[in-house]
Design a binder for this molecule. Structure first.
Ligand code: OMP
Length: 244
């Protein structure tokens, strides 16, 4: 629908390896072998498999998004960002709720790790806005933030941009407004992707892969619709098919 090549389409998909240990993740990777997708490692797998798993992915040529959603005082986040940068990942995230100062500290951490001829690449740094599991009702009535989800997301996106970050994690439903407010170059990474008919699980702000691409999203984070499928390779192939 959007004229992407198969390779471009695969490159926009970030497969979320939400597994309890490396063995299960390796089984999935073997199943998807040869598909040039991005790999997302989140807290469940990283806390279990650790930095060695990340270097293994990099050695095999994968682009890696390390999703640890750092949210702490600026000094701690700065140190964490340096350590993550030294793992050689292509992308990592912090939580926008830490505010502009915390996000600036993350960028200082990246700078500290990459300066002085370290030879390390600068990862793309993005901020989590409002989780895609958060509904309008939960935001207003439970968390106690007034206004629309979209307003809250845009507020974080602008703070992230002011802090020098490269983009945000948000739902595909907010992509057009983020791009309008922050510019086309500001990256949008969107979970909450559900092929037509797939189970929503705990996601609330969702779109199909084709709809998300039409909104102009840069990357789609997709976990269970692929990892929970009886045939994960067929599942990702069918998503790629929807995007070309
Ligand atoms: O930062 C993320 O990646 C993230 C942010 C967000 O708002 N919502 C969200 O679902 N995610 C992650 O994206 C993935 C979505 O997985 P599925 O719901 O299984 O497709 C999970 O690994 C989540 O941790």
């Amino acid at each position: 629908m959007a004229g992407l090549t198969r390779e471009e389409a695969a490159g926009r998909i970030m497969v979320a390896l939400d597994y309890p240990e490396a063995g299960a993740a390796e089984t999935l990777l073997r199943n998807l072998e040869g598909i040039p997708c991005y790999i997302k490692v989140g807290m469940q797998l990283f806390y279990s498999a650790g930095p060695g798993f990340i270097s293994g992915l990099k050695d095999r040529g994968y682009r890696v998004f390390l999703d640890l959603k750092m949210h702490d005082i600026p000094n701690t986040v700065k140190g964490g960002a340096s350590s993550i940068t030294r793992l050689g990942v292509d992308m990592f995230n912090v939580h926008g709720a830490g505010g502009q100062g915390m996000m600036e500290a993350a960028m200082e951490g990246v700078e500290a790790a990459t300066s002085g001829g370290s030879g390390l690449q600068r990862p793309i740094v993005i901020a989590v806005t409002q989780l895609t599991s958060t509904s309008q009702a939960v935001l207003n009535d439970e968390i106690g933030i007034a206004g629309s989800v979209e307003d809250a997301v845009i507020r974080y996106a602008k703070l992230a941009q002011a802090a020098g970050l490269n983009g945000v994690v948000a739902s595909p439903q907010e992509v057009k407004t983020i791009k309008a407010e922050c510019g086309a170059e500001f990256k949008t990474v969107t979970p909450g992707i559900r092929p037509a008919g797939a189970a929503l699980n705990d996601q609330t702000r969702i779109m199909t892969p084709g709809e998300a691409l039409a909104q102009g999203t840069d990357f789609m984070v997709i976990g269970r619709p692929i990892t929970g499928a009886a045939d994960p390779r067929a599942a990702i192939e069918s998503i790629i098919e929807e995007l070309v």
